[in-house]
Design a protein around this ligand. Structure first.
Ligand code: FES
Length: 159
């Protein structure tokens, strides 16, 4: 791991602004900073919280949303919250899966993209909503989802 990433981990773990720092808040801070939880971060959190590495792994692996390997370049999120569900999210999810060659959430086999379902992307009035690398697209149709994903994939670097 490079020094810059180690510094980001150190800052995420040790410069948390809130009063109550926990193992979970520390892991979330690392995930926000570098997009995943490497072994070095688990060790840094254990040191900061005066916990064992096993205790920190236990918390990290309890939550299904943490990733333990570096993120892909393209993060596709489709909202399946209530507003989006009513407005056709199921078809958008199916279109996103088809465009990415996936049958569920997860990374594409070529490591270019990740599909995630989200319970609310914060733009319910524009349902159904999807996001590509945090850029929201509202009132998305299945065809719109397919073409946005295809366009984003075309620009994603090969691995
Ligand atoms: S429920 Fe989909 S954006 Fe809120």
């Amino acid at each position: 791991m490079d020094d810059a990433t180690l510094q980001l981990i150190d800052r995420a773990v040790n410069d948390q602004p809130q009063n109550t720092v926990t193992v979970l808040s520390s892991l979330l801070a690392v995930e926000d900073a570098i997009g995943y939880i490497p072994t070095e971060a688990v060790e840094a959190v254990a040191l900061r919280m005066d916990a064992t590495v096993n205790d920190v792994w236990a918390v990290a692996t309890f939550y299904p949303n943490f990733r333990f390997d570096p993120p892909t370049d393209l993060r596709v999120e489709v909202c399946w919250g209530p507003s989006c569900h009513v407005m056709g999210a199921t078809a958008v999810i199916a279109a996103a899966q088809e465009a990415l060659g996936l049958s569920d959430e997860g990374d594409t086999p070529d490591g270019k993209a990740t599909l995630r379902y989200n319970t609310c992307l914060g733009a319910c009035a524009h349902a159904p909503v999807m996001a590509i690398n945090h850029h929201l697209a509202g009132r998305i149709t299945p065809d719109g989802a397919r073409s946005r994903i295809a366009e984003a994939l075309a620009f994603a670097p090969a691995h």
